[in-house]
Design a protein around this ligand. Structure first.
Ligand SMILES: C[S@@+](CC[C@H](N)C(=O)[O-])C[C@H]1O[C@@H](n2cnc3c(N)ncnc32)[C@H](O)[C@@H]1O
Length: 421
């Protein structure tokens, strides 16, 4: 049976694990009133000033997820153009002011900058947060990317860590680091009367003792977190995705379980995934629908409140809902698009066709009630599950059975069939 388009102003992903909010919109304009003064940690990884455009490679259909050879390249986001430089400054200043308003007095902010933005980013952080609230300039050193012969290869990002105020919460004991053998090789080895081994060094008339069984903590040069590798299981395909281990270190040292973590340019949702994995709540905002689609999929095992306008879809949806004992069995039979929907995008192979459920990247079955769609079950294409399940179960509760589809172009649309009793 052919289902009809429906509307909702909010989606809830019904799960036991606490999660947070996802919002599609401009970070400078979105209505974030209810979160003001609530955030314990804000992480920002905004676009740079290279003038570049970034795409996200979305695999298509079961065969595409198996081989990696069927895909569409979707525009994800753009960096600022270097001229005029002031437009990036104005954006960053406004973003930092929003972030400051969102922070609780004991909160922290981490601003991730690259070589194109670092110097101005630090000056703007001083301007908005005050030089007294500066805590660290963290150097994240990585090995990926090309090597230059015209200058020394650029192999680090700068992360500016500021407190909102002197009431700042910080607990370094939450983020022990791996010991580096070479650091203590030049020290004398000893064993104390209790049998604990330690190393010592005397400089300037003072002796420093380091027990081997004591944890060590990171300093401000982070060279022990590798950047995303091509085959990394965390990889979503979204450009500029950061490794979760980097975010774990920022979030664990500055928040407690239950605290709110905010990312106003959340991309694929790395900060949100880190927050959720450690029992923190989150709010993620991004202006790219491709980013929101990546976040939605990545965070599906958590309870989510999603505020994102539905997009136009010229598709025909063939689906059914059969009431059973205690639940409906909802089946998605076909998502048929008129020919040529991929024409605006680069794709492979050249004559890529979307047949059956090939056009669907994610689908959710649930109930529509008073303009709110609650998703109870999900089917997601992933490396481990390239084939999409065609049937999902929804509890027999009040509301209209509905299906939310995120297609391979990142577009969200909602569909309903018969009215549930
Ligand atoms: C470098 S990426 C973030 C990557 C992210 N940290 C991750 O790990 O996936 C920058 C993001 O900022 C978003 N962005 C750019 N301008 C924005 C705006 N005005 N409001 C919200 N998001 C914006 C882009 O869509 C992009 O997803």
């Amino acid at each position: 049976m052919i289902w009809q388009r429906a509307e909702c102003f909010r989606e809830i992903n019904d799960r036991i694990n606490d999660g947070g909010y996802l919002l599609l919109g401009d970070a400078l304009e979105a209505d974030l009133g209810e979160f003001m003064g609530q955030a314990q940690c804000v992480y920002l990884d905004p676009p740079g000033i290279t003038g570049g455009s970034f795409t996200c490679r979305m695999r298509v259909g079961e065969a595409g997820w198996q081989s990696g050879k069927k895909y569409v390249e979707l525009p994800a986001y753009e960096d600022f153009h270097p001229k005029p430089r002031q437009s990036h400054d104005a954006f960053l200043r406004a973003l930092l002011r929003r972030a400051r308003a969102l922070l609780h007095d004991s909160g922290s902010i981490f601003l991730h900058a690259d070589q194109s933005t670092a110097a101005r980013a630090r000056m703007l952080m001083d301007e908005v947060f005050g030089p007294d609230n500066f805590r660290n300039e963290i150097i994240w050193r990585y090995q990926t990317g090309g090597r230059s012969k015209r200058y020394f290869s650029r192999k680090h990002d700068n992360i500016y860590f500021y407190a909102k105020s002197a009431e700042h919460y910080f607990d370094i004991t939450q983020v022990p680091a791996q010991k580096k053998a070479e650091r203590s090789n030049h020290m004398k080895r000893h064993v104390d009367e209790k049998g604990r081994s330690y190393r010592s060094i005397t400089t300037g008339g003072k002796t420093y003792i380091y027990y081997d069984d004591e944890p060590v903590y990171p300093d401000d040069v982070w060279d022990d977190v590798s950047s995303m590798q091509q085959k990394d299981p965390q990889r979503t395909g979204y450009p500029a995705q950061k490794p979760q281990a980097l975010l774990d270190r920022m979030i664990l040292s500055t928040t407690k379980p239950g605290d709110l973590v905010v990312d106003l340019t959340c991309g694929s949702g790395t900060a949100l995934a880190s927050a959720a994995a450690h029992g923190r709540r989150f709010l993620g905002v991004d202006s790219s629908q491709v980013a929101l689609a990546a976040c939605r999929k990545r965070l599906d095992s958590y309870r989510l409140v999603i505020q994102s306008p539905l997009q136009e879809s010229e598709a025909l949806v063939d689906a059914s809902a059969m009431p059973g004992i205690g639940f409906y069995t909802v089946a998605l039979h076909a998502y048929t698009l008129p020919s040529g929907p991929l024409a605006p995008y680069q794709h492979s192979p050249a004559g890529l066709d979307l047949v059956g459920l090939d056009g669907v990247d994610q689908w959710y079955a649930g109930l529509l009630n008073g303009g709110v769609f609650t998703a109870y079950a999900s089917a997601l294409r992933q490396k481990q599950t390239p084939a999409l399940p065609r049937e999902l179960e929804v509890p027999l509760l009040r509301g209209t059975v509905a299906i939310l589809i995120v297609d391979v172009m990142g577009r969200r649309s909602l569909w309903t069939g018969a009215r549930a009793e």
